[in-house]
Ligand binder design. Structure first.
Ligand code: C5P
Length: 222
């Protein structure tokens, strides 16, 4: 049973991967399943919050009582996130946004050429959705990021907390077996300005309840 009542509070949460088109039949993406973000949305809703879930392409059911906005690529996710951030108290970026997108989307299927065994792909950087929201002067929600790392987890997560001006970052080692991407379980360390709290390995659904409580305590502390 959730201990803090989030009635009257509005959470916006991004979840899942983004999909960046190359041409009408191909795209770049990653292994994010969306499970952690969807579990957070469900937990915040159960605790009484109004929840807007901005979801990349995933195959997960919408948690009951949650408003879901489906997007495909990073720029669409940013547009939806900026709009939701105008109205929310807490913004949680659980999405695995593609860092880069193809510089241009070909109108027709890109053809192989017979004369070369090599090709190169021009990429441009996607906007950093959570950093833009955390950089706001007005209407800045309590802003939480995730750091999925494969090495030097705490060091990289602390760097991101500072660089992106986040209030909290949730770090996890995605190289560990049975944790992170696509797994039902996760083992994370919650980091804020005051330090870090390591949480034991748990089901994402249970971890989500705990994280929502920790976020609420920080966000709505008197
Ligand atoms: O990809 P990176 O490790 O920088 O992601 C850290 C945090 O930033 C995550 O919370 C992720 O959702 C967010 N992010 C974002 N927009 C991006 C890249 C990352 O919101 N373009």
């Amino acid at each position: 049973q959730p201990c803090s009542d989030l009635h009257g509070k509005h959470f916006a949460i991004t979840a899942g991967p983004t999909r960046e088109s190359l041409d009408p039949v191909r795209y770049l993406t990653n292994h994010s399943s969306g499970k952690m973000g969807f579990a957070l949305a469900a937990a915040a809703q159960r605790a009484g919050a109004e929840v807007t879930l901005i979801a990349g392409p995933v195959s997960l059911p919408t948690p009951p009582g949650v408003k879901r906005i489906d997007v495909v690529d990073a720029r669409q996710m940013q547009e939806a996130a900026e709009r939701a951030a105008d109205l929310c108290d807490v913004f949680i970026a659980a999405a695995a946004v593609a860092d880069f997108r193809p510089e241009r989307i070909a109108q027709e299927k890109i053809k192989k050429t017979d004369d070369s065994n090599r090709d190169t792909l021009a990429l441009v950087k996607n906007p950093d959705i959570v950093a833009a929201i955390a950089a706001r002067c007005e209407r800045r929600p309590f802003t939480v990021g995730f750091a999925a790392e494969t090495e030097k987890v705490l060091e990289h997560a602390k760097g991101k907390l500072a660089r992106k001006n986040l209030d909290m970052i949730i770090a996890n080692d995605v190289s560990e077996a049975d944790s992170g991407f696509n797994s039902e379980r996760n083992r994370v360390t919650v980091i804020d300005q005051t330090g870090g709290t390591e949480l034991p390995s748990s089901l994402k659904t249970e971890l989500a309840e705990q994280l929502i409580q920790m976020i609420a305590t920080q966000a709505f502390a008197q």
